[in-house]
Ligand binder design. Structure first.
Ligand code: MN
Ligand code: MN
Length: 469
């Protein structure tokens, strides 16, 4: 090595050699920020209209049909540019655009989930106690239970009546409709409760939803408040108490999606996880220009409870769909899958300055630093995760760079604190190259999660560039 020729320009050298992790907004043009804000207006409207996996599928199918997608028919041959969708039981959906090369070189998949943490009803939910009518719930997904008390809730879902009639339910979202809530103890009487850990302060069996307080007008009888509520439900939905057993009813926060911050740079809403990646995955497949490889957006159910069940990605429905595509082109599914690539688009944790100790700052994801890439997720020693190869990460980073997609790469939190899983491992198990990408979220799994508009837009741009590569 030559010795001390001239002084080093440290700034220049750092630019060349070091990773720049500045706030992404500083690097973006005014136009890009405007595009991000505009894109997010559509996203907010989506959030306000879609609060359950069923509503997300209905929305996706309606938008797809407007864009020329038709129901997939496995017996048909498709030409480049043809657009199809496969609706799995109204709770998950696959949308595909046929590429000019078809699927012989593999397909490009973006997978997100459309279920979110919430309060589901038990099979016998309705009861009366001390002249109040309530619903028993069984929470769905990982929640901090205390966060779900004293907030307005709405009810969504579907009831199948004894005679087979299908009744769709959506109440508490529109102006003038009643809402519901879980009560909490007043601080004056909460001495004992306040001594408990956060985990025990509100327990699962306390998450009972207040739904009525007036008895039916009659001479005499028991449980007249319950009877009154049941009577109102019968008038509105034609149901009897037994029909609760054949219903998917979910209570979710009745909040609207709103801008957060004086600068309106963020969005606060229920259900960002994972509609904030599902919306980009959906709009990318709707807007993609003729792709070379067939592109496949899958919006899955059941991720929040481990992807189990026939509408979750632990099921074979994605594999079957790709097998049908392969067969139509005279190919073997296993050959197509082994050449396929997937962006598993799900949220990640954003660094929270209120809780810096939970994160490892050097490897955290930050709001406004773009779409978060994760080589692996998992908990404590990379347990329970697939991991993208160096080769696949290289491909994705150069693709994002080429298309001016602002991205960052990190982990969810400190190594020994644990982390989270996504659908990535289920798709990786099909011998597909998979990498996790997604939007960093503050207050994940709470009733009011926060994301940055720029990161949402970059996730869309990232998926679109993957589809158009
Ligand atoms: Mn998620
Ligand atoms: Mn989640």
């Amino acid at each position: 090595m030559a010795k001390n020729k001239e002084k080093t320009d440290a700034k220049k050298l750092a630019q060349k050699l070091l990773v720049d992790r500045k706030n992404g907004c500083e690097k973006m043009t005014e136009d890009t920020l405007e595009n991000a804000d505009q894109y997010c207006e559509g996203y907010k409207a989506f959030l306000n209209g879609v609060k359950s996996e069923r509503e997300a599928v209905d929305f996706a199918v309606a938008e797809a049909e407007k864009a020329g997608f038709v129901p997939f028919d496995a017996s048909k041959k498709y030409a480049p540019g043809d657009k199809v969708y496969y609706n799995n039981r109204g709770k998950a959906v696959i949308l595909a655009v046929m590429g000019t090369e078809g699927c012989r070189g593999g397909v490009r998949i973006a997978a997100s989930h459309i279920d979110s943490p919430r309060l589901d009803l038990k099979p016998h939910p309705l009861y009366e106690k001390n002249d109040l009518a309530l619903f028993k719930t069984h929470y769905y997904g990982g929640i901090k239970k205390y966060q779900w008390t004293t907030i307005p809730l709405s009810m969504h879902g579907r009831i199948i009546l004894k005679n087979g009639t299908r009744v769709d339910v959506n109440i508490g979202e529109q102006e003038g409709e009643p809402q519901f809530c879980v009560t909490d103890l007043l601080p004056h009487l909460a001495d004992d409760q306040m001594k408990k850990t956060l985990n025990k302060g509100v327990e699962g069996e306390n998450l009972n939803i207040l739904i009525g307080s007036r008895p039916i007008r009659t001479d005499k009888g028991d449980n007249l408040v319950k009877l009154n509520v049941m009577n109102l439900l019968h008038e509105k939905y034609g149901m009897t108490e037994e029909d609760f057993v054949s219903a998917d009813l979910e209570f979710v926060p009745a909040f609207r999606a709103v801008d957060v911050g004086f600068d309106r740079s963020m969005i606060g809403a229920y259900g960002h996880d994972d509609r904030v990646c599902a919306y980009p995955a959906l709009t990318a497949v709707l807007n993609v220009k003729q792709p070379k490889k067939t592109v496949v957006t899958v919006l899955a159910d059941r991720e929040e409870i481990g992807s189990y069940g026939n509408t979750g990605l632990d099921s074979e429905f994605l594999r079957y769909f790709i097998a049908d595509l392969a067969q139509a082109e005279g190919l073997e599914a296993r050959h197509v899958l082994s050449l396929s690539q997937c962006l598993s688009a799900d949220v990640t944790a954003a660094f929270d300055p209120n809780y810096p100790d939970a994160y490892e700052a050097l490897n955290a994801n930050y709001l406004n630093c773009g779409v978060g890439v994760a080589k692996y997720t998992g908990a404590r020693g990379k347990s329970g995760t697939s991991e993208a190869t160096a080769e696949f990460v290289a491909e994705v980073r150069s693709l994002f760079d080429k298309n001016d997609v602002l991205w960052q790469i990190g982990e969810m939190g400190k190594v020994d604190l644990g982390g989270g899983g996504t659908v990535a491992l289920y798709i990786a198990s099909l011998n597909v190259d998979v990498i996790d990408i997604g939007v960093p979220v503050l207050s994940m799994h709470s009733p009011f999660e926060v994301v940055s508009k720029l990161d949402v837009y970059m996730t869309y741009r990232g998926i679109l560039s993957f589809y158009e590569a």
